[in-house]
Design a protein around this ligand. Structure first.
Ligand SMILES: C[S@@+](CC[C@H](N)C(=O)[O-])C[C@H]1O[C@@H](n2cnc3c(N)ncnc32)[C@H](O)[C@@H]1O
Length: 256
């Protein structure tokens, strides 16, 4: 299946973020235990400055587990989990951005040494969450943080995740979704999918795609708390954007 034009644009954007390090995020220390905070603080500077702050998913009882991080970015969570699975566990990170994966690979040795392991217990590869290239039933746990909102093919993405998860495995997902249905023309707007560096853009991209979640999956138990990272009202912004009728120019101005 040909890659969606949205995915092409998203890859270009994240490759750009890798080079510019222009997403400023912070960890939310209150959500982490003292041990988890200490591990985060030991991440290399190269990784910390590319942490996108979508949240951190840190399951319990990780020792010896084989974990996959779908859309791992530069690997902040992979490195944290690689500490927590211990030397007998293994963590795989994958992402659509070849540049972020290149950065992640360059930091494997640093973290192996920081955790005191005799050999690396993590690896990274470039790929698309919509069609994962791993053996079926090969992971005990999957984590994914802020990625499915960017995948146009929700059904393919979730099916692919479940196919690589072992029977009885667990899937930890952190993402966002829309609180109302959006008109079809919003779904097909490349500009709205392409998150061009403005916070509110990111909300729009996730809203658009997350409405698919509501359409296609019965996710009634999704946490409905508003984002702690972004305070704009995305619907008000969306209405304004459409009323103005010239979305790209508007965002261009917002980016200046
Ligand atoms: C908001 S960032 C989150 C990164 C990381 N999970 C974190 O928590 O810091 C979204 C990530 O999803 C990746 N991504 C977007 N679409 C993807 C796809 N179809 N397959 C794999 N990764 C994708 C982007 O390249 C980016 O690294």
């Amino acid at each position: 299946m040909a890659e969606s034009r949205f995915t092409v644009a998203i890859r270009a954007q994240y490759n750009d973020h890798n080079d510019k390090c222009d997403i400023i995020a912070r960890k939310n220390s209150e959500d982490l235990t003292p041990e988890q905070n200490a591990i985060f603080d030991q991440l290399s500077d190269e990784i910390k400055k590319r942490y996108y702050g979508a949240g951190l998913i840190i399951p319990e009882n990780l020792e010896g587990k084989r974990v996959l991080d779908i859309g791992c970015g530069s690997g902040s969570l992979v490195f944290i989990l690689s500490k927590l699975v211990g030397p007998t566990g293994y963590v795989v990170g994958m992402d659509i951005s070849d540049k972020l994966i290149e950065t992640a690979k360059s930091q494997i040795e640093y973290h192996q040494k920081a955790w005191g392991y005799s050999k690396p217990n993590c690896e990274f590869s470039v790929g698309n969450a919509e069609k994962l290239d791993f053996e079926p039933d090969s992971f005990d746990l999957i984590v994914s943080n802020g990625v499915y909102c960017l995948c146009p093919d929700k059904k393919g993405s979730f099916q692919s995740a479940y196919s690589v998860l072992k029977e009885g495995g667990q899937f930890y997902l952190s993402d966002v979704y829309a609180e109302r249905q959006l008109p079809a023309e919003y779904h097909d707007n490349e500009f709205l999918w392409n998150r061009r560096g403005v916070d509110v853009d990111a909300e729009l991209a996730t809203i658009l795609s997350s409405s698919y979640l509501k359409d296609n999956f019965n996710f009634e138990d999704i946490d409905n708390e508003p984002s702690t990272h972004r305070n704009q009202n995305p619907f008000a912004y969306l209405d304004k954007l459409l009323a103005e009728g010239n979305a790209p120019d508007f965002i261009f101005k917002a980016n200046e």
